[in-house]
Design a protein around this ligand. Structure first.
Ligand code: DX5
Ligand code: ZN
Length: 221
């Protein structure tokens, strides 16, 4: 399977959000990465649930890749209208009952994913591999765009890939944070499948969106 792209919409020009999503959809990009933050699990706020819900409006083929950086994320599922076609990542560190939250995502017809922050051992996802579509490996500390890569991220990525392969489960890896032009090919070779592209690549300052997307796909095929 070729690498899939999930541009991080918090890095886009938010005053042109509708047309930004339409452009990505027309370019055939698979996912739109939507970071939702509660200002508790992470010291930042991005979009409210109503915005996350309305981002579906311009979408024809592109799908929501919703990354919920919030405690007890299930409280937001109704207002976000989580449903079939969505990919939803919840943080292992933020849920009282991770199994129940993953089940609720699945019961809504969406693809459940488990996210782990840089200080959480990759082995901690082992017990969830039967219940998830993907593991979201944070390669920066969650909360802000534009950060440097967290230490040992590349080694963690290889360890996670090895752990999943040895489990025999068909689980993808999404990498999120400083997925830069320089890093994305190595991330691909170490086993990443879905790439959250933000300020360090697709939404960097030097490229037209179309050219940036084409360049990214050439680096992760
Ligand atoms: C950070 C977010 C990332 C971020 C990626 O908490 O989850 O999606 O926006 O952007 P860059 O590429 O700037 O790290
Ligand atoms: Zn994210």
């Amino acid at each position: 399977m070729a690498g899939k792209l999930s541009p991080s919409v918090m890095c886009a020009d938010l005053l042109k959000l509708y047309s930004e999503i339409e452009k990505l959809d027309k370019l055939g990009v698979e996912y739109l990465h939507i970071d939702f933050m509660d200002n508790k699990f992470v010291p930042n706020i991005t979009f409210d649930t109503n915005m996350v819900k309305n981002m579906k409006r311009p979408m024809k083929n592109i799908r929501r890749d919703i990354h919920i950086m919030a405690f007890e994320p299930q409280q937001f599922f109704d207002n976000m209208e989580i449903s079939e076609g969505d990919m939803v990542s919840v943080h292992l560190e933020a849920c009282e009952d991770v199994h129940a939250v993953l089940k609720e995502i699945k019961d809504r017809g969406a693809d459940p994913c488990i996210a782990i922050s840089p200080d959480t051992p990759v082995e901690s996802v082992s017990e969830y591999l039967d219940e998830v579509y993907a593991v979201l490996l944070m390669t920066v500390y969650p909360g802000f765009a534009g950060q440097p890569m967290a230490p040992k991220s590349m080694e963690r990525l290889s360890s996670l890939r090895k752990l999943i392969d040895e489990s025999g489960k068909d689980v993808l890896i999404e990498v999120d944070g400083h997925v830069s032009w320089d890093h994305c090919s190595e991330m691909r070779s170490r086993g990443a499948d879905i790439f959250v592209a933000g300020s360090s690549s697709v939404y960097g300052k030097d490229y037209e969106l179309k050219d940036a997307v084409e360049k990214f796909y050439s680096l992760v095929e």
